[in-house]
Ligand binder design. Sequence first.
Ligand SMILES: Nc1ncnc2c1ncn2[C@@H]1O[C@H](COP(=O)(O)OP(=O)(O)OP(=O)(O)O)[C@@H](O)[C@H]1O
Ligand SMILES: [Mg+2]
Length: 234
Amino acid sequence: MALIELSGIRKSFKVGPGEIPVLHGIDLTVHPGEMVSMMGQSGSGKSTLMNIIGMLDQPSAGSYRFEGVDVLSARNDEQSALRNRKIGFVFQTYYLLARLTALDNVLLPLLYRGESRRRSEPRARALLDRVGLGDQAGKYPNAMSGGQRQRVAIARALIGDPPLLLCDEPTGALDATTSQEILTLFEDLNAESARTILIITHDPSVAARCRRQVHIADGLLYEPDTVPPRMAVS
Ligand SMILES: Nc1ncnc2c1ncn2[C@@H]1O[C@H](COP(=O)(O)OP(=O)(O)OP(=O)(O)O)[C@@H](O)[C@H]1O
Ligand SMILES: [Mg+2]
């Protein structure tokens, strides 16, 4: 069964009296264990599409099945529950809480769910270890490098063991070497658990490390062999 099945997804934003159309009918099927990059010019609608896939926003039209479940006919609270259990998010700017240690940042999603600290802490420590920060659990984000902060954010995204990681320009604020190290971590996470990973990026060297690459242009989605030449380089 497919993990993600988008069909005919359209999205317009109401602005004042008018509407700005952004997505014009996106079809995309992603199977469990795929690692997919998504490229496209600034403003092409990548984050808009990711917000729809991540159940943070609703499309204007189309259908969306996640693990076979019809997402768009689910109630809001059902969508939230699905999102919390099934999707981890990683963003360019980390969104770590400065007043919390690395360990507590990773634990936070489980504490919000009402799980006890005592039961959750071993898993959070194991994940920090997994992302290479086993000895940094007590550090505060401000005392960490960008790459380390992103590793904390990745551990936090994994704490609920979601089958899907959605990453919006996860290396956008990192230097080239650190970006490649983060990609190695994503590759390992993808390989060892068949976790599905979708990475939005502007960086061709990041996209090149994903087995499958899709592009968004003019509100539509293209795969490499269907990309018109003028859009092939973005
Ligand atoms: N909430 C909103 N209200 C109105 N317009 C919006 C809203 N969100 C996005 N847009 C518009 O939709 C278009 C696509 O935006 P989106 O953020 O998805 O682009 P993107 O491909 O992620 O760009 P970038 O690479 O710069 O992050 C842009 O024209 C943007 O201005
Ligand atoms: Mg964006």
